[in-house]
Write a protein that binds this ligand. Structure first.
Ligand code: FES
Length: 324
């Protein structure tokens, strides 16, 4: 009997797959830890490592790391999914919302029980009637956090959903909150490679979470942060003083250039030592990612992408409109 079925080995367990079936659907029949968010190929939350085999992918593949919700199998294959905390829903309330500057706010939420998350992952807040907000847990500028609370730094200028939520008083002290998460595979790992974080427009909250978490948790690991020069604005000065005080190296570059060649030139002028052994976390818009991929095409570092809130909100809106 002829069959088109294929085999996908997921973390050592063999699962039968149909030839045109999305890898994300196959994985969901396994017991592997897999917590996709959008299932629409834009949150970057379902990257899995292709160990062997071949896939057809609608999205770019980074060093064998495939978006499972945008790829099907070409032949029998094997993938590996890194362990991550289980996604859940949790209720809590706003403890404080402090405006650090006109463009930056710090939110502290308190929950009924401790939450597990890995630095670089995000939680999703779903304010009624507004686009979801991705919140990247961090620490306060004074350091420290408590087990059952989460602290987030939010960039205001690039986040209309957050602005509206603030205006409607959703972040007033004591207001109830429900979060889902944690999501994302772009989390910090205890690896040896130099950690390079590249932050484009709208990516500050995620880059900040990586900076602070790595300053506290990965003290010995070499790290470099490159921010779009728009973050040289006075609103962000306090955050950069904090990085300097904690010996976190950072620099600025013009990463808003529309031209790919100028983008690459500006990036490499800011950090000429980028190499294939670096581990790059990049935060920003989809357009920024495209230019970054092109700039890094020959260097080929390990690349983890974290789309900005605004980019995700736009992608979600587009996908909702397409599905109507
Ligand atoms: S779940 Fe695949 S990219 Fe969002």
């Amino acid at each position: 009997m002829v069959t088109d079925d294929l085999k996908l080995i997921v973390n050592g367990t063999s699962i039968t797959a149909e030839a045109d079936e999305l890898i994300a659907n196959v994985i969901q029949r396994s017991k592997a830890p897999f917590e996709p968010d959008c299932l629409g190929a834009f949150c970057e939350g379902c990257r899995v490592q292709l160990v062997h085999g071949r896939v057809n992918s609608q999205a770019p593949i980074h060093r064998g790391r495939v978006l499972a919700c945008a790829a099907t199998l070409e032949c029998d294959s094997e993938i590996y999914i890194e362990p991550a905390p289980k996604v859940g829903s949790i209720r809590g309330h706003v403890d404080s919302a402090i405006s650090l500057h006109s463009e930056l706010s710090q939110i502290q939420l308190v929950f009924e029980r401790p939450l597990a998350w890995i630095p670089g992952q995000y939680f999703k807040l779903l304010p009624r009637g507004l686009a979801p907000l991705r919140l990247y847990p961090s620490f306060t500028l004074d350091g420290g956090t408590e087990f059952s609370s989460l602290i987030f730094l939010l960039e205001r200028g690039n986040n209309p959903s957050f602005e509206t939520a603030l205006e409607r008083g959703r972040f007033a002290e004591g207001k109830p909150m429900r979060l889902e998460g944690p999501f994302g595979t772009s989390f910090l790992r205890r690896e040896e490679e130099r950690l390079v974080t590249i932050c484009g427009r709208g990516g500050f909250s995620a880059a900040w979470a990586i900076a602070v978490n790595s300053a506290y948790g990965l003290r010995e690991r070499p790290k470099t942060f490159i921010f779009d020069q728009l973050y040289q604005a006075p609103s962000f000065a306090r955050a950069f003083s904090w990085l300097a005080e904690h010996d976190v190296a950072y620099r600025f570059a013009n990463l808003s250039s529309r031209c790919s060649a100028s983008f690459a030139q500006n990036l490499l002028a800011a950090e000429g030592d980028l190499n294939e052994f670096d581990c790059v976390h990049a935060t920003g818009s989809f357009d920024f990612f495209e230019k970054l991929r092109s700039a890094l095409a020959t260097i080929k570092p390990v690349l983890y992408l974290i789309p900005s809130d605004q980019a995700l909100a736009e992608a979600e809106q587009l996908s909702n409109m397409e599905s109507v």
